[in-house]
Write a protein of this length. Sequence first.
Length: 409
Amino acid sequence: MVTFQPKLTQVSDYEQFIGAEAVDRIYQKALALKDFHVTHINSTYYGGGVAELLGPLTLLMNNLGIKAGWRVIQGAPDFFSITKKMHNGLQGGKINLTKRKKRIYEEIIYENAARNHLNDHDMVIVHDPQPLPMINYYQKKCPWIWRCHVDLSRPNPELWDYLSTFIRNYNAVILSIEEYRQKLPIPQLFFLPAIDPFSIKNRKMKEADIEERLRYYKIPTDLPLVVQISRFDRWKDPEGVIKAFKIARKEVDCTLVLLGNVATDDPEGAEVYESLLNQKEERIIILSHEDSSLVNALQTRAAVVLQKSLREGFGLTVTEALWKGTPVIGGNVGGIRYQIKDGVNGFLVNSVEETAARIAQLLKDPKLRSQMGEKARETVREKFLLTRLLEQYLDLFNSFETVFHYKYK
Ligand code: UDP
């Protein structure tokens, strides 16, 4: 007996947010792409923004008749510890790029290539540095795209030179923003990420359900909540968040919640989490749980959400919080700058002190919070819903004959 009839989100479900015309346009663009076979390859099925995007994006593509797959490479922790160092290096951190590291990196990807059969595709899209060398182990029969999500404003030059030897074998690169453009002999496209408004994390939650989640995790609601939700990663500056909170609470009483998770491709997470635990207090709550409803409840209920990153490719956590009508105080870096309009839907900050001052200002001024909150949701409705990103991909698929001179069978 069938107890539940699952239903996938359709592009038409977005009509309430983007209007009928945009919905029709997307359906029209998809007509020529029936059975277009594309696969996305990344390095984790959960934890972090890329996995967050690929789930709903590939489903929407399939609903349009595109055969969109999603594959995840495998690797032991020593492989991911090397690729995390590369991730850090791409964002400007130091890396000691030894022969041993390069060898493990290339060997593991070679093994992944051996067990992934990519023969009859119309396009292959490889995400981030982890699976990047895969292209070297196939006979290319269709366009291959490298989609890099990290903050490339200041990549480590030695690492970039090394990775470029793989990158230039691709047909094009997609980066999040123009500022990340690199010197490369192939076309560079710019796609800002987006969110799924129907997911458990982003759909409207009832008050009672929010209360229930907060109670379940023993999060007190008697004082305003200041929240940051991020992978435990130094680039997200959790230490800076705690310092800013400690300064702000001298002016306004409040509770800090730092919620984080650890992705399978990020072995540094556990260490960062543990290093924070001695800062726990009654009003400094540090949690590590994998619970999308909790993320939703916190982003909705927070008086202010922080994303005090020092580097940030895009920052889906910012989009998610803005969508819930919560003003966001974000680091003045990378993709955050494309989402927060300073003083309009939140604030951009450059230091701990500035963060503290903005927290205090927002906590003292409920009217400002609600004005900014309204603009925050509108920002996302206009620019950062998944249908906009989907349409960019459809345009790319439709244009690949002219752009890449490949023929779609
Ligand atoms: N996230 C989560 N639980 C956590 C921390 C993060 O579900 O405890 C999610 C968050 O909601 C967002 C994604 O992980 O969807 C993080 O994406 P973002 O682009 O902000 O950063 P990344 O981790 O990719 O650097």
